[in-house]
Design a protein around this ligand. Structure first.
Ligand SMILES: [Fe+2]
Ligand SMILES: [Fe+2]
Length: 140
């Protein structure tokens, strides 16, 4: 049975991951080169703000639950080649899906049903991201 403290700690981990993903995607859109880089840029430029929107939601929710939102993004060292970047990003998106599944269960256990539904919407977003990256990777 997840209590509120466990839930807030988990949401803060998610927040650090979203902040880290947004910064990583900004970095990758800036440095990617070649035709593959163009494809990566087209996908990722929307996700820089997309992941930041997720971070904004989480930060506000943590605060409204009485917690303190982290200001520390997760740090990343990603590969330099475009294909390596995409594989790295796919791993992050799949990890995000697993984290949000766990968090949605914890939210339900803590009686936070609105949050549970919102976390499921984040699963929908991250699943779409993962599928889009998989599609690009198949063509590379
Ligand atoms: Fe996200
Ligand atoms: Fe994502």
């Amino acid at each position: 049975m997840a209590n509120k403290k466990t839930l807030i700690d988990g949401l803060n981990e998610d927040l650090a991951n979203e902040l880290g993903a947004s910064i990583l995607y900004l970095y990758q859109t800036s440095v990617a080169t070649g035709w593959d880089g163009e494809e990566l840029r087209e996908f990722l430029s929307a996700e820089v703000t997309g992941e930041m929107q997720h971070a904004i939601f989480l930060a506000e929710k943590i605060a409204s639950l009485g917690g303190k939102p982290t200001t520390m993004p997760k740090q990343h060292k990603c590969p330099k080649d475009v294909k390596g970047m995409m594989k790295y990003d796919l791993k992050l998106e799949l990890e995000a899906i697993e984290s949000y599944k766990q968090r949605a269960m914890q939210a339900e256990e803590a009686g936070e049903i609105g949050l549970k539904i919102k976390l499921e919407e984040l699963i929908v977003d991250e699943t779409a991201h993962a599928e889009q990256i998989q599609r690009i990777l198949r063509g590379m």
